[in-house]
Design a protein. Structure first.
Length: 347
C-alpha cells in the first residue's frame, strides 16, 4: 500500500493518502479545503486516481475538501450515514468495506466525540485511522455535536482497543508534533482512557476539561454538512492566464506544449548560465536571459505586461526563479516543466 501522512498547520489536522500500489486507486481521509492544491499535486506526481474522499466525522475546526475533490477528480464522497450530510455518494455504516484497487478499509463506528465518528482499519489490521475518537495520549472532546463521554469510552475500549496491540494509530489531529502511536501504547499510557481507567474515571475526566468553544465551529459545521460545498459553488481562486498546475512542493508549472502554442502571450525567461548558451542552437528565440544567480538584482528589468514562464535545462533552477519572482511581487509566473530537455523532445 502507498501511504502518506499530510498535515495542515492551521488546524493541526492530519490528512491521510492511501493507495493501491498495483492499480493506483486511492483514498484521502480527512482532506482539508485549503490544502486541495497540495493533495491534487501529490496524486498527480504519484500517478494515482482518487476513488474516495473520506471524512471521519463532521469537523468543527476545518472545512472538508470532499466536494472540491469530487469536482476536480470525480471521486466519491463518503462519511457516516448518521450525519446526513449533503452531496454524499456513499453513506457509511459500521462494518462497511471501502475497496480501492486491491486494498480496502474496514469501517468502525466510534461515536462519542460526535455521534457520527468513524474509524478506518486497514485490511491487515496494521493501521487504524481514528479521527478524533482516539488521539495520541488523548481523545476528542465530548461537549458538542451529540458528543457523549460514556459512548466514547465504549467506542475506544470495545472497538479501537480490541484491535491487535501492534496496530498503529493514526489520529485526526495532534497539537504537539506526534505522528503515530499503537493500540498497546494508548492502552497503557493514554492520559484519559489508558492505564486501566474505568468508565467513571473517564467520564469524570472529560466533564472537568472545560475547553473553550472551537473558534470555527459556527462556520465549519454548516459547511461540512454540505460536504464542504461553498456557497454559490464558489471555487478557490486559480490562475486564469494559463492551465497552471502545482507540484507537491508548491511550484506553479505549465507544460512545454502549452508554451509552444502560446508564445505570443508570455515572456520566456531563461535562467541558464552564459556558458550554456554559447552555440547558436542553445538559446531559444525571443527569450530574455538572466542567469539565476543574478535574478534577484535584475527583477526590475522584467516587464509586468505579460506572464513570465521560466526556463532552464531541467526545470529545477527555473523553479527557484519562480520563487524569486513571486517574492518580488510577480503574480503571473510559472515554471516550464521539464525545461529545455523536454522542449527539445517536442521540437
Amino acid at each position: 500500500m502507498i501511504f502518506r501522512q499530510l498535515y495542515d498547520i492551521t488546524s493541526s489536522t492530519y490528512t491521510y493518502l492511501l493507495a493501491c500500489g498495483v492499480t493506483g486507486a486511492a483514498v484521502l481521509i480527512d482532506p482539508v479545503f485549503e490544502r486541495v492544491q497540495r493533495d491534487l499535486a501529490l496524486l498527480k506526481e504519484l500517478d494515482l486516481k482518487l476513488e474516495f474522499a473520506l471524512d471521519s466525522h463532521c469537523h468543527a475546526d476545518h472545512v472538508t475538501a470532499a466536494w472540491l475533490l469530487k469536482q476536480k477528480t470525480g471521486c466519491q464522497i463518503a462519511n457516516a450515514a448518521v450525519i446526513q450530510a449533503d452531496e454524499v455518494d456513499r453513506p457509511l455504516q459500521h462494518g462497511d468495506l471501502i475497496a480501492f484497487g486491491q486494498e480496502s478499509l474496514h469501517v468502525l463506528a466510534t461515536p462519542g466525540h460526535t455521534n457520527g465518528c468513524l474509524s478506518f482499519v486497514s485490511s491487515d489490521q496494521t493501521r487504524v485511522f481514528s479521527g478524533d475518537a482516539l488521539l495520541i495520549r488523548g481523545c476528542g472532546r465530548c461537549d458538542f455535536q451529540q458528543g457523549d463521554a460514556r459512548t466514547l469510552f465504549r467506542s475506544i475500549t470495545e472497538q479501537l482497543f480490541t484491535l491487535p496491540p501492534a496496530c498503529m494509530i493514526y489520529p485526526g489531529h495532534d497539537y504537539n508534533g506526534r505522528t503515530v502511536s499503537t493500540v498497546a501504547e494508548e492502552q497503557a499510557f493514554n492520559a484519559r482512557v489508558g492505564g486501566g481507567a474505568s468508565e467513571q474515571d473517564f467520564v469524570g475526566y472529560m466533564a472537568a476539561l472545560q475547553l473553550p468553544h472551537p473558534k470555527l465551529i459556527d462556520h465549519a459545521v454548516p459547511a461540512n454538512l454540505k460536504s464542504g460545498r461553498p456557497d454559490a459553488d464558489a471555487m478557490p481562486d486559480e490562475p486564469s492566464w494559463a492551465p497552471v498546475y502545482f507540484t507537491f512542493s508548491g511550484v506553479p508549472e505549465v507544460t512545454v506544449e502549452w508554451v509552444i502554442h502560446n508564445r505570443a502571450r508570455v515572456q520566456i525567461l531563461d535562467v541558464r548560465e552564459a556558458a550554456e548558451l554559447e552555440g547558436p542552437d542553445d538559446r531559444l528565440a525571443d527569450t530574455q536571459v538572466i542567469p539565476l544567480a543574478q535574478l534577484r538584482s535584475h527583477t526590475d528589468s522584467l516587464t509586468r505586461d505579460r506572464p513570465i514562464v521560466c526556463l532552464c535545462r531541467s526545470g529545477r533552477r527555473s523553479a527557484m526563479a519562480v520563487s524569486i519572482l513571486q517574492k518580488a511581487g510577480f503574480t503571473e509566473v510559472a515554471n516550464i516543466a521539464g525545461g529545455i530537455l523536454r522542449w527539445e523532445e517536442l521540437t
